[in-house]
Every structure is written in structure tokens, then in C-alpha cells.
Design a protein around this ligand. Structure first.
Ligand SMILES: C[S@@+](CC[C@H](N)C(=O)[O-])C[C@H]1O[C@@H](n2cnc3c(N)ncnc32)[C@H](O)[C@@H]1O
Length: 193
């Protein structure tokens, strides 16, 4: 019975869910325009304000002497700005949502070492893997995961078959593993089907 109800109402719930995420994205954009129209450096800005994640990032920067940084999922550009400012490296970032893309560009327009792309992360990475950037020692920050279909598995495939020297940091790794069950990942010595 439950399954019949689920089947009948599935299209309705889906539309409702889509609507909720669009309203939430609009609210974020409006809040950002009102409260934070320009990116400003602060402890709370970048890597969701997580001090430890910033420490890991800084340690990696120091240890690997990267040439470039690539981010998937710009959102409003908080981490993009942080990585660009603190590293001084060229930062390439992509965003699927037009409003967030424009908002991030507007907020970060004073920082010259950022290249923005309005694109799904998969074609974006594919395109980059056909350029000279593929020869760079690259730090990847994979954070494109707002919508139903997570691109992470394909992002990893494109990076691993293109680049030779790279480090990947994945945001919300455990959450993604539990929601994308067909992904096979080896982590911390364990094998997750
Ligand atoms: C969690 S937010 C990114 C936060 C940002 N990296 C930061 O640290 O401030 C995820 C973003 O990824 C974007 N996104 C979702 N799927 C995407 C895809 N396939 N390609 C590019 N961007 C995507 C969403 O629109 C959203 O803005």
C-alpha cells in the first residue's frame, strides 16, 4: 500500500522538492545581495568557516607546492575567494546555477586570479583536461552537490584519467557516500560498495 501511495504521489513530491530548493536558492541569493554583496576576508569565510579544514588546506598548499586550484560548485564564492587570496594561485571554479554564478562573480570581482565558469562540473573538468592545466600540479576542491544527481563519481573519473599530479579534497564525503550507493570508494582502508 505504501508503495502505491509513493508511486502515485512521487511526481507531486518531486515538484514540491524542486520548488523548495528553488525558493531556498532565491532566499540565499537575496540574503547575500543584502548582507554580503562583496566578498570580505574573515575567519568565518571559506571552507564553511571550519578552522580545521583551513588548516588541512594550508598544510597541503605548503606540502605540495601547487600550480593551480580547481573548485566545483562555486555557490556564492566564499571558498573560492579564500583559496584565491591565501594561495595567490590561479583558481578555476564552476557553478551550475546562473544566479550563484553571477553573484559569485560580482562579489569577487576585485580578485584577479579567479576564472569563473557557468557550467556543470563534468563538462567543465572535461574541458580543462584538454588544456595545458592538465600538466599542472593541481588542488581540487569538489563541492558540487546540491541537487539530486551527484556528479562526484564522474568528476573523480575525469580527474583521474586526465591529471597526473593532483590532490583532491571532497566536501561532505560521508554524506555523499551514503546517498550515492552505486559509488565504489576505497577510504580509510575500507571498501564501501
Ligand atoms: C555546497 S555548495 C558549494 C559551496 C562552495 N564551494 C563554498 O565552499 O562556499 C554546492 C554548489 O554546487 C552547485 N552545483 C550542484 N551541482 C553542480 C554541478 N553538477 N556542476 C556545477 N555546480 C553544481 C550548486 O548550485 C551549489 O551552488
Amino acid at each position: 500500500m505504501n508503495n502505491v501511495i509513493k508511486f502515485l504521489f512521487h511526481p507531486f513530491f518531486r515538484k514540491y522538492h524542486d520548488l523548495l530548493s528553488r525558493v531556498s536558492a532565491l532566499e540565499t541569493a537575496v540574503d547575500c545581495l543584502i548582507n554580503s554583496p562583496k566578498w570580505v576576508e574573515s575567519e568565518e569565510v571559506g571552507f564553511n568557516g571550519q578552522r580545521h579544514r583551513k588548516i588541512i588546506f594550508l598544510s597541503l598548499l605548503k606540502a605540495f607546492n601547487f600550480d593551480a586550484i580547481v573548485e566545483t560548485g562555486t555557490y556564492i564564492g566564499d571558498t573560492t575567494g579564500y583559496m584565491a587570496k591565501i594561495s595567490g594561485l590561479p583558481v578555476y571554479t564552476c557553478e551550475l546555477n546562473t544566479r550563484f554564478f553571477s553573484l559569485a562573480k560580482m562579489r569577487l570581482r576585485g580578485i584577479p586570479n579567479i576564472t569563473f565558469a557557468l557550467s556543470d562540473s563534468r563538462p567543465f573538468l572535461k574541458h580543462m583536461s584538454g588544456t595545458d592545466i592538465v600538466n599542472n600540479r593541481t588542488f581540487f576542491y569538489l563541492d558540487a552537490h546540491q541537487y539530486k544527481k551527484y556528479p562526484l563519481r564522474e568528476e573523480l573519473e575525469i580527474i583521474c584519467s586526465g591529471w597526473k599530479n593532483f590532490v583532491i579534497m571532497i566536501d561532505d564525503f560521508w554524506f555523499l557516500m551514503t546517498t550515492d550507493m552505486d559509488m565504489t570508494i576505497i577510504a580509510r582502508g575500507k571498501h564501501y560498495p
